[in-house]
Design a protein around this ligand. Structure first.
Ligand code: 5GP
Length: 187
């Protein structure tokens, strides 16, 4: 399928809400949708590929990129830096594609507030905080301390979901994906 081009599709939500599963499904099914690969200073997880999930760089390199104005936005999330590079976005839009950003709530609001791009913002919410915590434990890729940090952060993020164009509860992954596809097809 294809969707309207020229858009930034911003997907946010707490870790464990299901953003990665949603984004990978959308990217494999929508021909003219590219993924904005963020830069981060956090350590690579064993199931991740450099340049595919993130570009993993040092704090020094990240600061150089800030100084060179290479980011559309950047934030510290859970103690690490994450930033959205501008250039790939410009390239995608030039080709008439849309581009999908999986970023945190602060990053999303700073892009939305600059008004430089046509954006559609979607917040994916877990059915409950308890369910979110269980999903994070099941992932087995984080320490208990990290899980608790993310649960605490999730409570704050959920409060800010009202600023998004769409808020979808991920009770069932297939239904959640279906709902988002319908939104994107209707643009
Ligand atoms: P994780 O470390 O679990 O992959 O991601 C942690 C959080 O950082 C997630 O909420 C993710 O959406 C967010 N994130 C990833 N890339 C960026 C980015 O470039 N900018 C911002 N602001 N947040 C990001």
């Amino acid at each position: 399928m294809t969707i309207k081009g020229g858009l930034l599709i911003i997907i946010s939500g707490p870790s464990g809400a299901g953003k990665s599963s949603v984004t990978s499904n959308l990217l494999s099914n929508i021909k003219n949708l590219d993924f904005s690969v963020s830069y981060t200073t956090r350590d690579k997880r064993s199931n991740e590929e450099d340049e595919e999930h993130y570009k993993f760089i040092s704090k020094e390199k990240f600061h150089e990129m800030i100084d060179e104005n290479l980011f559309l936005e950047y934030e510290t999330v859970h103690g690490n830096f994450y930033g959205t590079p501008i250039k790939p976005i410009q390239e995608s839009l030039k080709f008439g594609h849309s581009i999908l950003l999986d970023i945190d709530v602060q990053g999303a609001s700073s892009i939305i507030n600059t008004n430089h791009f046509d954006c559609v913002s979607i917040f994916i919410k877990p059915p409950s905080i308890e369910e979110l915590e269980e999903r994070l434990i099941e992932r087995k890729d984080m320490s208990d301390d990290d899980i608790q940090k993310r649960v605490k952060e999730a409570r704050k993020e959920i409060v800010q979901s009202k600023y998004f164009n769409h808020m979808i509860v991920n009770e069932n992954l297939d239904e959640c994906i279906d709902h988002i596809r319908k939104i994107l097809m209707g643009l």
